[in-house]
Design a protein around this ligand. Structure first.
Ligand code: SAM
Length: 144
């Protein structure tokens, strides 16, 4: 197991949390667009609560390409759905002059397309309540 994030402050939180739980694993500073890991270094990659920070399709595709490069068989990724009640409310608020959300939403269709170009297929998309909650988690696997 290995943990990574771009922010030193977040890596410190991860180190403290690992220590409290008596776990030991490498914690590394990485940029998801240019990971320093080898091809297929990990069986499974979990990328949690990062995708919604990326404003463009180009960046999202670069991130997914890197995740798929270092994952031998599976990638679990979370993303923010544009079709939940809270995402729709956020767009309406922005439309009527409210603050624009910094949370970038992505449709499952786009997430799936990013993975397909890398030879992965969607196994399952999860959400606690898809029409209420924005956070989705999708599992992709490498097509053999
Ligand atoms: C909402 S936090 C989630 C942190 C953690 N994954 C969690 O679920 O608690 C988003 C994290 O993405 C990290 N991040 C932003 N851009 C990144 C990049 N290009 N590469 C790696 N991490 C990045 C930030 O440093 C931040 O810690």
């Amino acid at each position: 197991m290995s943990c990574a994030d771009h922010s030193e402050a977040m890596l410190q939180i991860a180190r403290e949390s690992l220590a409290v739980n008596a776990l030991d694993c490498p914690v590394e500073r990485q940029d998801i667009e240019q990971l320093t890991y080898a091809d297929a270094q990990f069986d499974t990659i979990v990328c949690f609560r990062l995708f919604h920070h990326f404003p463009t399709q180009t960046i999202r595709q670069r991130a997914v390409s890197e995740l798929c490069r270092v994952a031998r068989s599976q990638v679990v990724i979370s993303y923010s759905s544009p079709w939940s009640a809270s995402s729709i409310a956020r767009r309406l608020r922005a439309l009527f002059g409210g603050r624009k959300s910094q949370k970038f939403t992505t449709s499952l269709k786009e997430v799936d397309a990013c993975f397909r170009t890398q030879g992965f297929r969607l196994v399952k998309d999860f959400a606690r309540s898809p029409f209420l909650h924005t956070l989705h988690v999708a599992l992709f696997e490498r097509v053999q």
